[in-house]
Design a protein around this ligand. Structure first.
Ligand code: DGT
Ligand code: CA
Ligand code: CA
Ligand code: ZN
Length: 591
């Protein structure tokens, strides 16, 4: 462990001791120890620890010296772990509330019996906290606000919502006269399904007005840090954002660094080192000598105006941000074997879409028009089946009436988009489909989805979905695990076995592009598609404007290394008709 990490542990020990009501001298000894450590050189700490001479430092007694040595050598401390385990976790959690220190928490615990945040919330609501000595109305209000903020600020945010905040800010930054270039970096640029915070990188020779503009945005609730060339803010709704402003010649390096991921960066830096170079957010320079990278870059590093040039300087093809997860992209870029990733403009339609016949908001015509506006050639309609009564699932009669309507709309040639007649058919708890074969045979395709009994054990759920796949009428599997990002965990299912079954039967697995789903997860796609699994990127639209969700699906598809050829709905209409037709007639022998 480093000096600062050890100091943090000592500081935490002091807090925990205080929470326990330990004697103040002991508490102070740990606080002082932490401060002493912070003023020690890292190399000095190394030397003293190895020589067993920590005690010679003023302010470090025998007991403390032993603990520091243990942390330095092993990264762990038995005493600390036991201390932490001896305290109720609810009390430790209360430390995260701004304005609540160990002394106050101890008072709340002793006088009101409060042992966790839920209890504290209730006591504040009942006005009991305000009545305590040393608290009062103001403190009680502050605590309640702190609890609310902690919930809002502690969590991650779905990509879609984060992008909606970020995009106008990037546009606003670019419109400032002082700004030469501006990009959103971080997990947002990598297209990750959830985003911790936003990271904006700006090239400007005059950072002052840029910082001022950023920190005074209408949606800013709090400016948490402000410097000459950077700022951090917290928006309404809890999303946080970092802004960094660099000279133009550093822009590509900063953009690359703050796009990450951390794993990708570490591997890139290692690659640079192995070529005698050192790569950082400031630039790329010769690695020899003791001077810091920053100084070397200032003294004339290797220039790069774009990320493409940075990669080229390291002997690599350009790596798209979505692939920068440290999962083999650098090796592939070295060999020139990066896939040509599927793009938004490659899509020609989508298959999983609802109308107001079930739980959507939009007629067939409205959905078709929205698809035409995106330049799509076709749109698959897949409303819910009867078992999904909560979603106004269609009975046999209503489904067949919709099929007839679709056929006559297509025949009328009034629409620019061809409509395919499908269904999102429930896979019942035992793996049977919700409609008889005679009904399904009248459709163009079937999306088979699980909507109930989501809590089945893994073996049951896996067998259920595989039985759904083995039904010759099944064209594709909808939202495989049923997860709702930041809301509901994925069902327990053996994804590998389901993929095997789908490949064996020539069944497609959907990449549900709904921003709350993005299911099947991108982490499975690369291997699955290499083995022959076909993907369909479907918006699961419940309104015309929802078709745009495919943007989020494209992010995940690209993170899964998917190419156009591996995505069914990039194929033109005649090919899709032929493909569905062949499946329809050849179902008995899928191989
Ligand atoms: P997030 O915000 O949690 O969704 O994920 P990121 O990837 O946006 O992470 P963030 O905002 O903490 O930092 C942005 C990028 O900056 C990150 O992807 C890589 C780079 N970075 C941040 N901290 C470190 C670090 O300690 N080491 C390295 N190598 N890179 C870092
Ligand atoms: Ca971030
Ligand atoms: Ca950040
Ligand atoms: Zn569904």
């Amino acid at each position: 462990m480093t000096r600062n990490e050890i100091a943090d542990v000592l500081g935490e020990i002091a807090v925990l001791l205080e929470l326990q009501g330990e004697n103040p001298f002991k508490v102070r000894a740990y606080q002082a120890g932490a401060r002493v450590l912070e003023s020690l050189e890292e190399s000095e700490l190394d030397r003293l620890a190895k020589a067993g001479e920590l005690q010679s430092v003023k302010g470090i007694g025998e007991a403390l010296a032993k603990k520091i040595a243990e942390l330095h050598a092993t990264g762990r401390l038995d005493y600390y772990e036991k201390l932490k385990a001896s305290i109720e976790p609810g009390l430790i959690e209360m430390l995260q509330i701004p304005g609540l220190g160990p002394k106050k928490i101890r008072a709340l615990h002793e006088k009101l019996g409060i042992a966790d945040i839920a209890g504290l919330t209730a006591a504040c609501a009942a006005g009991r906290v305000a009545e305590l000595d040393g608290f009062g109305d103001k403190t009680q209000e502050k605590i309640l606000a702190g609890i609310k903020n902690r919930e809002a600020y502690g969590r991650r945010h779905r990509w879609w919502e984060a992008a909606a905040v970020a995009e106008p800010i990037v546009a606003g930054l670019r419109s400032l006269p002082q700004v030469r270039r501006a990009e959103a970096a971080g997990s947002l640029r990598r297209g990750l399904e959830t985003v911790g915070d936003l990271d904006f990188i700006v090239a400007s020779a005059e950072p002052g007005p840029v910082v001022a503009w950023f920190t005074s945005l209408a949606q800013v609730r709090e400016v948490t840090a402000r410097g000459d060339t950077k700022a951090s803010v917290r928006f309404e709704g809890g999303l946080q954002a970092d802004l960094r402003i660099v000279p133009e010649e550093q822009f590509a390096f900063a953009l690359h660094h703050f796009t990450g991921s951390k794993d990708h960066n570490v591997q890139m830096r290692q690659r640079a080192l192995s070529r005698g170079l050192s790569l950082s957010e400031w630039g790329l320079a010769a690695a020899e000598g003791e001077a810091s990278v920053k100084e070397k870059v200032a003294g004339g590093g290797l220039p790069a105006g774009t990320e493409r040039e940075i990669f080229a300087l390291l002997g690599l093809h350009f790596i798209p941000p979505e692939l920068r997860e440290g999962l083999g992209e650098i090796e592939a870029a070295e060999r020139g074997e990066l896939p040509r990733l599927v793009e938004l403009g490659d899509l020609r339609g989508a298959f999983h879409n609802h109308t107001s016949a079930s739980d959507g908001h939009g007629s067939l015509e409205e959905m078709a028009e929205a698809a035409a506006a995106l330049g799509w050639e076709y749109l698959g309609i897949a409303d819910h089946s009867k078992a999904s009564f909560q979603a106004n699932g269609l009975s046999e009669e209503r489904l067949l009436a919709q099929v007839a309507q679709i056929r006559s709309l297509n025949a009328s040639r009034r629409l620019k988009t061809h409509l395919f007649a499908g269904v999102e058919c429930d896979v019942l708890a035992d793996g049977r489909l919700d409609f008889e074969d005679g009904i399904l045979a009248q459709l163009d395709y079937v999306v088979a989805s699980v909507h109930n009994a989501l809590g089945q054990d893994e073996a049951t759920m896996t067998a259920r979905i595989i039985r759904g796949i083995e039904n010759p009428r099944t064209t594709m599997v909808g939202h495989l695990t049923g997860r709702l990002l930041l809301r509901r965990e994925a069902s327990r299912v053996d994804v590998g076995k389901v993929i095997d079954a789908a490949i064996a039967r020539g069944v497609v697995i959907e990449l549900n592009a709904h921003p709350q789903r993005l299911d099947m997860d991108w982490r499975h796609w690369r291997k699955a598609a290499e083995r022959g699994l076909l993907c369909s990127i479907n918006p699961d639209a419940h309104a015309p404007s929802d078709l745009e969700y495919v943007r989020a699906g494209i992010n995940s598809a690209r993170k899964g290394w998917l190419t156009r050829g591996q995505v069914l709905n990039t194929r033109p209409l005649p090919e899709i008709k032929a493909w569905l037709g062949a499946r329809g007639s050849g179902r008995a022998s899928p191989a």
